[in-house]
Design a protein around this ligand. Sequence first.
Ligand SMILES: Nc1ncnc2c1ncn2[C@@H]1O[C@H](COP(=O)(O)OP(=O)(O)O)[C@@H](O)[C@H]1O
Ligand SMILES: [Mg+2]
Length: 358
Amino acid sequence: MTAQIEILDVQKHYGSFHALRDITLSIPKGQFVALVGPSGCGKSTLLRSIAGLETISGGTMRIAGEVVNDMPPRKRDLAMVFQSYALYPHMNVRDNLTYALRLKRVPKSERYAKADEVAKVIGLEALLDRYPRELSGGQRQRVAMGRAIIREPKAFLFDEPLSNLDAALRVKMRKEVRALHDRIGATSVYVTHDQIEAMTMADHVVVLRAGVIEQQGRPLDLYERPANQFVAGFIGSPAMNFVPAVTGADGRSVTLGMTKQALLPLDLQVAPDRPVTVGLRPEHLEICAPETNGAFPVTVGAIERTGSSCYLFSEEEPEIIIVTDGATPVKKGETLGLRIQPERVHLFDRESTLTLRG
Ligand SMILES: Nc1ncnc2c1ncn2[C@@H]1O[C@H](COP(=O)(O)OP(=O)(O)O)[C@@H](O)[C@H]1O
Ligand SMILES: [Mg+2]
């Protein structure tokens, strides 16, 4: 089966600036793909290249099997949903939804029948006569989505559509957007700088940095098996702890280079006496008594309690963050033992920053 969107070795230059490098990505029909990465990494450039709003400088882009490199945006049959969901203020929801059909000179009765149908999908049947100013932020976002749905595009393209909303509404809307995607069997490409949004919404996550795909895969695969230190640090919150270390003479352990040196056993064989970086996820560190066999000691430098969780910051350098149960009875200045399952220890080559596991 051909992919709905096929991106092969795509390049984008802005003058001498290489904004997208060797981008290869295949998006099957029905998939929800998230493009995630820090600001300026090229997410919008890639999305706009798919939409045809940017001309690519090299490579091939196919939509539903057809090469679209030189095809203008309106011929591509894609729907772009922006952050600023500009609705027409002087039109009610019904007319906002069907505006594109009106431009196509679809008769009114047909247009309004379609509006009823789409309103059901987005759950706005009761609000068709309202004007945008009479809607909440979330409802306006749904109208914007409905306006895209009504065109029955080959794919939906989202560029940070939720970043204007407050935190609670964002959590609600990410579920709604995903549910809508599933209900209409859409193909969606979703740009976000928020790794939680990418992890929770997408089937397939693409992590970009400086115009390069660092890794792509299923959300939990990226969390469990990051290809390099960048992805390891980007996926997960709070971010993975990184500690410089040296592998042992047996290649079955590492010595952490902290104020108090600590030995960690490994469940894999590595080259001996090699400089590495150890990655420890804050949520994988277990607290125990400092004298426990195999535990390494840290002193609690600061504590943050959110109620549900407790964040501990070590006094030692490099600072280690530990996430534990909200009710954990610890005090500043206390020395704790930390344990971690050997299979949860991440290991990166110090120089290349590539992962040394699997
Ligand atoms: N029209 C342009 N001309 C020159 N540089 C651009 C242009 N658009 C974007 N860039 C640059 O390309 C890089 C990627 O931008 P963008 O795709 O908007 O990043 P993101 O959406 O990931 O924050 C940035 O360094 C940005 O400054
Ligand atoms: Mg952007």
